[in-house]
Design a protein around this ligand. Structure first.
Ligand code: ATP
Ligand code: MG
Length: 400
């Protein structure tokens, strides 16, 4: 039997990440390799110069192929950037069959009806995720197919994007001679990589602290409730340190990753760091701690605002799960707990055996996990009404 391979690509502000997995006979995933390449042509998680990004993708593919001996043709890719946004919408249709049995076609039609709201010219819907169906006024239905009714309604969270962002992402991937198996909103990828069904049922938020962006996905009663991406991330901390200490970016990045910590403004030691030319640079760890705390506090305050909009500030029993490169900042979970007034933990890959324990890779691994779950829901019923496709299959017409 032909081996089934899945390849995921996460285009980040700081780095591009790829994960290659084999689908095992028992249906599980075996990670064959995870590779990373510095990013180029990407600003705040959005491809702005596709030709540059394409070169880095091609180089990433070479690395991945060398590592795994797999020929890579097709990738599942995530789309991020602060122009991604969620819209809550409602759809209503009359059930078409004379006997009143709700069919897959009715579900497709009601999902379509829920996506007929107006967007500005350069915006489009990436995917609509149903949160419930309403069957003749009966709310909270998850599986309407086969039920009898006159009227079928649905509530969806539609994830929308700025069309040129998708166009540039697609151009970069195609230019690197890859085909696109599907596009996933990046906050969802991270969530699929980490969350248990129980956490999603209880109510949980996933926060991915990337370099240029911080993303939020909120789930409740197993369903997606909200998505937001803030245009601020761990790279802003580096900038702040560079400005605060009047030093170059690379030195600031070293200070952040080697000495940085949240809750670090209490210390008062002077620290020394050796420079490439053999000299040493001395700085106050208390001052650096203060700079980091101010920026991280700002990020959590913005996240709190998003939670407040949902009425979920301090109100998520499943707590907050953090990932992304910024999650490596020591004491970030303790800091977040204080700021968000919620239980907080650093995420880990759900049900995957991988040597890659780095939280920065949970997004790309989640692309694989989500895709597998999507494939698993093979029954037409489930696919059409519950998952509605983790993966957005790109229309062929979109590809030049
Ligand atoms: N120990 C650490 N402390 C603080 N920040 C860290 C640490 N290690 C890595 N980072 C930061 O994590 C960021 C990279 O994270 P990640 O790979 O998740 O970002 P990205 O995917 O490239 O960006 P984005 O998702 O925003 O487009 C960098 O800003 C890096 O400085
Ligand atoms: Mg990222």
């Amino acid at each position: 039997m032909k081996q089934r391979i899945l390849v995921a690509l996460d285009i980040g502000t700081n780095s591009l990440k790829m994960a290659i997995a084999k689908i095992k006979e028992d249906g599980g995933l075996e990670i064959l390799g995870v590779v990373e390449e510095p990013s180029s042509g990407v600003r705040k998680s959005v491809v702005v110069r596709p030709e540059e990004t394409a070169k880095r993708i091609a180089s990433l593919v070479r690395k991945a192929e060398q590592m795994t001996s797999v020929h890579i043709k097709e990738v599942i890719v995530s789309l991020g950037g602060s122009r991604l946004f969620a819209v809550s919408s409602h759809g209503l249709v009359a059930v078409s069959r004379a006997d009143g049995d709700i069919s897959k076609e009715d579900v497709d039609r009601v999902l379509q009806a829920a996506q007929t709201f107006s967007l500005s010219q350069n915006q489009e819907i990436l995917e609509a995720y149903p949160t419930q169906y309403v069957v003749d006024g009966e709310e909270g239905i998850r599986e309407p197919i086969g039920m009898k009714a006159v009227r079928l309604e649905t509530d969806v969270i539609a994830v929308c994007l700025f069309s040129p962002d998708l166009k540039n992402l697609t151009a970069a991937v195609l230019e690197a001679n890859l085909e696109i198996a599907g596009v996933v909103p990046s906050p969802l990828a991270a969530a699929y990589g980490m969350l248990s069904a129980q956490e999603k049922e209880m109510g949980v938020a996933v926060v991915e602290l990337g370099a240029g962006t911080t993303s939020l996905a909120v789930f409740e009663e197993e369903d997606l409730k909200h998505i937001a991406i803030l245009p601020v991330g761990a790279e802003n901390i580096t900038h702040d340190i560079a400005i605060g200490l009047r030093i170059e970016h690379d030195l600031a990045e070293r200070i952040k990753t080697e000495f940085g910590t949240c809750l670090g403004s209490k210390g008062k030691r002077m620290e020394k760091i050796e420079l490439a030319n053999g000299e040493t640079f001395t700085f106050s760890s208390k001052f650096v701690g203060h700079i980091i705390e101010e920026r991280v506090k700002e990020i959590f305050q913005l996240l709190n605002k998003e939670l407040k909009k949902l009425g979920k500030q301090g109100q998520l029993p499943g707590g907050v799960v953090i990932c992304g490169g910024g999650a490596k900042l020591p004491k970030i979970a303790e800091f977040a707990k204080k700021e968000l007034k919620l239980p907080v933990k650093i995420g880990s890959a759900k049900g995957l055996i991988t040597l890659q324990e780095d939280p920065a890779f949970l997004g790309v691994l989640g692309l694989l996990v989500g895709n597998l779950q999507d494939e698993e829901s093979t029954s037409v019923t489930q696919k059409s009404s519950r998952t509605a496709g983790f993966l957005k299959k790109l229309l062929k017409s979109f590809i030049p």
